[in-house]
Design a binder for this molecule. Structure first.
Ligand SMILES: [Zn+2]
Length: 223
């Protein structure tokens, strides 16, 4: 394969519980591209009390959802500061059709478009099983699954920290998250299919198996 000095520009996309975070961690090292997560960007702007942070904070303090246009501005601020040859891996954005269109427009006018959108495809029953057995480390935020028998893990396997079940990983909340995902995020499939940049990757199996499929779909497979 010819050497290219263009790094890949990717979106990692899929339902809650599909393993986007885990795959993103692997891919950013394997592909040497920065992982851009909307959650990290929000935390950065809030902590540093930037203009964007103040705009988002106003809504958050009132317990309101941050409007799409604020989220879009926060992500674009980061994405558009990258040189056109630089790559990235977006995780947690876009989450709505509106966000996807804004990303598309901004990149095509002011930079370079996406190379691929990786959809990690996992059936509902498996998502529910995974999400309801998910525990988060208080120290390092690493996710942990329940055992095969559904038993809760005791301590974080990476740092020994205490584990807890996030509010949105409890049963009632899971059904709601999947519903919101289907309504707001799933329409992105058609949007990216039309642009012929969608890679539909089966998300069942081990982390390594899924990772291998993603790399293969990106044409970045080993050997
Ligand atoms: Zn930990």
């Amino acid at each position: 394969m010819a050497e290219s000095n263009l790094s890949l520009r990717l979106v990692l996309f899929g339902p809650p519980g599909a393993g986007k975070g885990t795959q993103g961690q692997l891919l950013k090292d394997q592909l040497s591209i920065p992982q851009i997560t909307s959650g990290d960007l929000f935390r950065f702007h809030l902590r540093n009390e930037t203009e964007l942070g103040k705009r988002a904070g106003e809504f958050m303090r009132q317990g309101l959802l941050v409007p799409d246009e604020v989220t879009i501005d926060i992500v674009m601020d980061k994405v558009l500061e990258l040189a056109p040859e630089e790559g990235f891996l977006l995780d947690g954005f876009p989450r709505t059709l509106n966000q996807a269109e804004a990303l598309d427009a901004a990149l095509s006018e002011r930079s370079r478009g996406l190379d691929s959108v990786v959809f990690i495809n996992v059936p509902d029953d498996e998502l529910i099983r995974r999400l309801s057995g998910r525990y988060t480390c208080r120290e390092c935020q690493a996710p942990h699954g329940a055992s095969e028998e559904g038993e809760a893990p005791k301590k974080c396997s990476s740092c020994g920290g205490e584990l807890y079940q996030r509010e949105d990983d409890r049963a009632e909340a899971i059904a709601k998250r999947l519903e919101v995902y289907k309504e707001e995020t799933l329409p992105l499939l058609g949007f990216y299919e039309q642009r012929r940049i969608l890679a539909d990757v089966p998300g069942l199996g081990s982390v390594e198996e899924v990772n291998g499929r993603v790399l293969e779909a990106l044409g970045a497979g080993r050997g």
